[in-house]
Design a protein around this ligand. Sequence first.
Ligand SMILES: Nc1nc2c(c(=O)[nH]1)N[C@H]1C(S)=C(S)[C@@H](COP(=O)(O)O)O[C@H]1N2
Ligand SMILES: [Mo]
Length: 189
Amino acid sequence: MSEKKGLIPPNQRVVSNKFPVLHFGSVPKFNPEKWDFTVEGLVDKPLRLTYNEFLKLPRTVSVSDFHCVTGWSVLDNKWEGVAFKTIFDIAKPKPNAHYVTVVAEGGYTTSLSIEDLLDNHVLLAYRLNDKPLEPEHGGPLRLVVPKKYAYKSAKWVRKLRFTEKQELGYWEQRGYSNSADPWKEERYA
Ligand SMILES: Nc1nc2c(c(=O)[nH]1)N[C@H]1C(S)=C(S)[C@@H](COP(=O)(O)O)O[C@H]1N2
Ligand SMILES: [Mo]
């Protein structure tokens, strides 16, 4: 029985043996020479960083739980990477920027309000539990948004686009909740 019983969202079950892998499409090949991370849209300072440049950004560590909308949760994951706030401070969003579309390799997208992304535990992670993030879990870089169902935690992130109006993401266009709060069990739109 989990020590966190009562502290996990309604109708989620904890998996403790292995972190499940879930995505559509195939795991993209990572080429550190060609990989880049870009920030575009409504920002004063658009960014393009190489993999090595990304690794030089200030690092943060955050332990959080992970809840998939299909009902499994993985508790106490130690993520390391760059806080969204760090990117936000570098890119300097314009006053009319309210949302961010997260664009991943292979066409997966999701989007969140800037307010949700500025939460303390939101980061672009490149390490999980003291090891480099494995490709199947989103390596080299994934978003982690613990307070939302995991379809908001895009794997293989390459781009953030700051927008005024929200652009619905891949699952959000297909009937899944855009607010995606596991505590309120917002699974479907
Ligand atoms: N690029 C991409 N990111 C994705 C997905 C996907 O299909 N493609 N699936 C999401 C869903 S529904 C879940 S539950 C988590 C699963 O992450 P994991 O495979 O590391 O457990 O990734 C999310 N991020
Ligand atoms: Mo999921």
